[in-house]
Design a binder for this molecule. Structure first.
Ligand code: ZN
Length: 159
């Protein structure tokens, strides 16, 4: 396992559309392990393969309830809406409010190639949407309703 270099905004790879994984080989399994380690090391709650320079449809997410390792994830259902603050390991120093569905259903493959269906709400729904956006070259700042600076964040935490 290895920690990989997280690409930032200036890297045009973040704007490209990732390709589906058609064979879960050792390379993909190593990628997934490295991504999880890289995410935990950076204290993030999610990471998508393009963020480590690989244009494959792979994401890892852990919002505190355990690790999801998802291959070819797809949102098959969205319901309701929520507005909350978001950030991104590829966009250090930028935060903002983003509107996301309150509930999503995501279908994907796990590292064993088994189909998994995840029904998620709240932060996990938000993280799934954010990471799957990365696979289509979309960054959260494209969807920001209002950018939030440190002062504003401090005020909100107090209130
Ligand atoms: Zn991100």
């Amino acid at each position: 396992m290895a920690i990989r270099n997280i690409r930032t905004d200036e890297d045009e790879i973040l704007r490209k559309v990732s390709k589906s994984v058609d064979e879960i080989n050792q390379r993909i399994l190593t990628l997934i392990k490295d991504m999880a380690q890289t995410m935990y090391d950076a204290k993030g709650v999610g990471l998508a393969a393009p963020q480590v320079g690989v244009l494959k449809r792979v994401v890892v997410i852990d919002v505190g309830g355990g690790l999801f390792e998802l291959i070819n994830p797809e949102i098959v259902k969205k319901e309701g809406e929520q507005i909350d603050i978001e950030g991104c390991l590829s966009l250090p120093g930028i935060m903002g409010d983003v509107k996301r569905p309150e509930i999503v259903v995501v279908e994907a493959l796990d590292p064993k190639g088994e189909k998994v269906t995840i029904q998620a709400d709240g932060l996990l729904a938000r993280a799934l949407c954010h990471e799957i956006d990365h696979l289509d070259g979309i960054l959260f700042k494209d969807r920001v309703i209002k950018f939030v600076d440190e002062d504003e964040l401090r005020k909100r935490r107090k209130g």
